[in-house]
Design a protein around this ligand. Structure first.
Ligand code: SF4
Ligand code: SF4
Length: 711
């Protein structure tokens, strides 16, 4: 990561105005969005949207033909181009041909995408943004930080300063007063404008209409008062049938601003008369800018299902901490990273792709059903293919791909780390490693890894066998979690086997785009874990479970190693996460816990991969309650803890504040114990609690359940 990019992150996280504004908004958004969707089957709604938009993406040219025919029949002029430069030239030509001196604009990300304002201004045309947020950032000389709320990063005090300069008078920081100033300043601009430029939220092929969804009424004035109206619409806004407008309108305001409906929905079907009786000169530009190319890419076609609601930004732990400007481009957040890689160039996403912690929050709320983290992983893969891995990564992954060497180095690290170890923690590391222990202690490498301890565990010989996949953290940092798992399964009449050839699950390589390395890890683990006939392969680390269930298949497929796919699928079907397996055993009456003792409050932290990829959240809670605990839910129990594997090492300036929020939410429950199913989250949260000096026990669910087994 470039140092100026790192510096921009540091500036953002230390900007109290920015983090305050975004934090307040995202807190309220979460609650309000839930209310707005009450009584609505969100899954069914987003499936309808995704199907209609996906079908449209398969036939963009055909829909554009139909749209053009129908819009022209209504009297509009339709211009189609793949090239953003031609869009600008077309608009300038219309302006020059008609002697246009002033333009008013309503909010349009497509015009931002092609940098239309500076182009028109350079060519002598004055441009006024009329959406309040857009006007604010125009006055501030900034780009939008959010696709729906462009000035969300600014406080009312900052806006008051800007307005005061504009009107040459001190304006109070009172929102109604600020809105009044904007209205007074913008009205004359509407009346004087020669041309209005808008975007379009939906373009309906069968009617040739464009649909505009706004809250301020400025789009109506922009599209009706000037004699010329140009609508710039990305071709991904095309839908075939008018009926698709309904689900999009059901979702867009709810997802964008948690409103049931925006104040204005305008459906424009052809030009309308001006007040002098002449007809408006209406132009609709259908802009491609690599969208049809995207539609032909199997990994990125889904990006065209986006309805630009911005809800992925509102729930993103990274966006709400750093805001939009660190993304450097017009589109921000996870979806912005993808659009930048396409509409700008892949290289431009090189730094910003690293901001995604792969928590999956965005995917959970996206009304277009986009899998943003998956597409960001694909960007990483393509960047590595294009540029190769860095020398440091090559060296690290070279070791990870050699199990004996890798495990030998971990054993050596257990000894080498001793001078820095105090009890079970490493609290301070020297020199350039000091960032790693900033705000979080690290676990000491275990004196004896689980793979050695396992050989000493005396298990009964049992008919039913389950293979245990430990993953690096349980194997080398937290062997006690593995011991607890064996104890629980033995009690349920299951013998645990531990194939010693198992190695890293490949997640660190995969999340850094090194698919070849991850695929080699997949092959090694498939060989190890399928060598014995077992009923299940169980893992007590959700990241490893996701690797075994999904990512082995993905990395082998992506690297063309199709011969391994049947085995990878067999392993996927056999793999189960710890809590799901234990819940099943309890339900079958094969496992029970001590009764008659109340253990008091416990709170539970949902690990991202367990909750959102594996869809497991109730099982551990039920088990802990059956074991005698009283569940006290924390605020944002399913928000990422900031660990994200190597993320916390690469971006401690982001990981640190996210961890602090998590610690605060845990402490506010008053529970003396916090449980979780992920050793990575244990590392982060236990290390944070240690540095914080708080006496909250941080435990893997397996350890807590094993303590409660009946004798
Ligand atoms: S996966 Fe998480 S971090 Fe990545 S873009 Fe989505 S919400 Fe943000
Ligand atoms: S990716 Fe999904 S959540 Fe994000 S703006 Fe697009 S539709 Fe909305």
């Amino acid at each position: 990561m470039k140092s100026e990019f790192k510096a921009s992150i540091t500036r953002a996280v230390n900007d109290a105005n920015l983090t305050g504004a975004l934090g307040k908004f995202s807190e309220a958004y979460r609650v309000n969005r839930t209310k707005a969707y009450e009584g609505i089957d969100f899954e069914a709604l987003r499936s309808r949207i995704a199907e209609a938009k996906s079908s449209a993406a398969c036939q963009l040219d055909r829909l554009a033909d139909i749209f053009q025919k129908n819009a022209e029949a209504l009297g509009a002029k339709v211009y189609r181009t793949r090239d953003p430069e031609e869009v600008k030239q077309y608009i300038l030509k219309v302006a020059k041909d008609n002697g246009v001196k002033t333009v008013v604009k309503s909010k349009s990300m497509a015009t931002e995408e092609i940098h239309l304002n500076p182009y028109l201004i350079k060519n002598g045309i004055s441009v006024a943004e009329t959406d309040l947020g857009e006007w604010i950032i125009q006055l501030a000389g900034q780009t939008p930080s959010h696709m729906v709320m462009p000035a969300i990063h600014m406080t009312k005090e900052e806006v008051a300063d800007l307005f005061s300069k504009e009107v040459n008078e001190r304006i109070a920081t009172d929102i109604p007063r600020l809105v009044k100033v904007a209205r007074n300043e913008l009205r004359p601009k509407f009346l004087a404008a020669d041309m209005g430029i808008s975007g379009g939220n939906i373009a309906v092929a069968e009617t040739g209409s464009i649909v505009l969804v706004t809250n301020e009424g400025n789009a109506r004035l922009t599209t009706t008062l000037p004699k010329i109206h140009i609508a710039l619409v990305g071709v991904e806004k095309l839908v075939e049938k008018f009926e698709t407008v309904v689900p999009i309108l059901d979702a867009l305001p709810r997802s964008a601003t948690a409103q049931l409906l925006t104040s204005y929905v305008s459906i424009i079907s052809g030009p309308t008369p001006n007040d002098d009786g002449s007809m408006k000169d209406m132009h609709i530009i259908l802009m491609d800018n690599r969208r049809t190319e995207m539609a032909q890419d199997p990994k990125f076609k889904q990006a065209l299902q986006c309805i630009r609601c911005g809800s992925c930004l509102n729930v993103c732990p990274i966006f709400r901490l750093v805001g939009g400007h660190v993304f450097g481009g017009i589109y921000t957040g996870g979806i912005g990273t993808i659009l930048t890689a396409w509409f700008d160039e892949l290289k431009k996403s090189e730094d910003i792709q690293g901001l995604c912690i792969q928590c999956g929050n965005c995917t959970q709320v996206c009304p277009g059903k986009l899998d943003i983290p998956e597409m960001i992983m694909e960007i990483r893969r393509r960047l590595v293919l294009e540029k190769g891995q860095s020398l440091v990564q090559k060296a690290i992954f070279g070791v990870v791909n050699n199990r004996k060497l890798f495990h030998g180095m971990l054993r050596a690290a257990s000894v080498a780390g001793k001078p820095f170890t105090s009890g079970k923690f490493i609290r301070h590391l020297p020199l350039f490693l000091s960032d790693l222990t900033d705000g979080r202690s690290l676990p000491a490498i275990a004196a004896e890894p689980f793979r050695d301890t396992f050989l000493k565990i005396k298990q009964p010989r049992l008919k039913e066998k389950v293979a245990f996949y430990a993953g690096c953290l349980i194997d080398f940092a937290y062997p006690e979690m593995g011991v607890a798992l064996v104890k629980l399964l033995n009690k349920a009449g299951i013998e645990v086997v531990f194939p010693q050839e198992q190695t890293c699950c490949g997640a660190p390589a995969l999340y850094n785009g090194a698919y070849e390395v991850a695929a080699q890890n997949a092959v090694d683990n498939i060989k190890a874990l399928l060598q014995e006939d077992v009923r299940h392969v169980v893992s007590a680390c959700p990241t490893c479970t996701v690797a075994l269930v999904h990512e082995f298949i993905n990395s082998l497929d992506a690297t063309g190693q199709k011969q391994w796919l049947p085995k990878a699928k067999e392993l996927s079907q056999k793999t189960v996460d710890f809590s799901t397996l234990v819940k099943q055993l309890v339900d079958e009456g094969r496992l029970s816990f001590k009764e008659g003792e109340e253990l008091g409050k416990i709170t539970y932290h949902d690990s991202c991969h367990l909750k959102r990829t594996l869809k497991v959240s109730e099982q551990p809670r039920e088990l802990l309650q059956k074991a005698g605990y009283e569940m006290a839910e924390m605020y944002e129990c399913d928000m990422c803890c900031g660990m994200g594997g190597s993320y916390s090492m690469k971006l401690p300036e982001i990981s640190g504040p996210i961890l602090q929020s998590k610690l605060k939410n845990i402490k506010e429950t008053g529970a003396p114990v916090v449980a979780m199913d992920c050793p990575g989250c244990v590392l982060q949260i236990r290390g944070g609690m240690d540095q914080d000096g708080t006496a909250v026990r941080v435990k893997h669910t397996a350890e807590l359940l094993a303590e409660r087994l009946k004798d």
